[in-house]
Design a protein around this ligand. Sequence first.
Ligand code: FAD
Length: 295
Amino acid sequence: MLLPRFEYHEPTTLEDALNLLHELGGNARVLAGGTDLLVKMKRKLEKPSHVISVARVPGMDQIIPRNGHAVTIGAGVTAAELARNELVMDRFTPLAIAAGKLGAPPIRNRASIGGNLANARPAADFPPPCMVLNATLKLKSAKGERDIPVNDFFRGPGETVIEPNELLVSLHIETPPPWSGGSYIKLGARKAMEISMVNVAAMITLQSADGPIVDVRIALGAVAPTPVRALAAEDLLVGAIPSEELFRKAGEIGVGMCSPITDHRGTMEYRCMMIEVLTKRCLTEALARAKAWKP
Ligand SMILES: Cc1cc2nc3c(=O)[nH]c(=O)nc-3n(C[C@H](O)[C@H](O)[C@H](O)COP(=O)(O)OP(=O)(O)OC[C@H]3O[C@@H](n4cnc5c(N)ncnc54)[C@H](O)[C@@H]3O)c2cc1C
């Protein structure tokens, strides 16, 4: 299948990229790794007259530690880079696990975190980890910039708050406090190259290795039009001493917060069952990492 005709732009500064987006607006699409956009263009689902590559925009592909307090991740950073970055693996674990499970190596070498979020597929791998890590997304345009908490970013399948003249430039994530740990679990019909049937991310912060839970976040993907935070399940856990039974109840509550569908990947009933099982499993893994936390 041939790509439709379009004009290709490859700006080498952020300013040029933003000016192009300002001039071309809705007629242009941003190109990062192209693993979503080019597929859609080949299928004629998208026919932009201009494509703006961000491959040569400085800083888009960098992971910058902020004195141990936070990290800034460029929107163009690939899944492969996130999966092998030691800081991300150590302190922002759900993100590294999700990165290692996205597609297969050739896809991971191209697929960017920004493209994954901007594409807003309900089953995408990066949204739940970003949600439990409380990421803030930086959007820039020729007119200014704004910071959007990831929980306010998704509007529906394929829809986000990004305006046509805006570029998602980076994500800012505060380092989780001591005694924090996280995990991510993806369930697909096959072991590799599979979009999630259900995915779950969790972060737990304990008061001390054997203390109560002081903070917890659970996010579920592929179970509703946008990824969802299981807030009622989180409420149950805060202040409690973690236990298997408590995590089981959290999973049960999580099911009530979703509206999964039946499709070729799985039935609604199976998805509900899996939300319960995987939430419990993900919390158990997050807890083990929180207990093993090291300065
Ligand atoms: C074979 C295959 C397997 C896949 N497996 C998975 C999987 O397991 N899990 C999963 O989640 N996804 C999967 N995908 C989908 C895709 O690889 C990911 O969503 C990927 O992260 C998209 O990133 P990209 O850089 O390729 O985005 P692109 O295709 O370049 O862009 C995607 C969309 O985001 C917009 N965009 C990109 N960057 C920006 C930016 N900085 N600012 C504003 N808008 C932007 C583009 O205009 C476009 O609309 C798969 C795709 C293929 C082809």
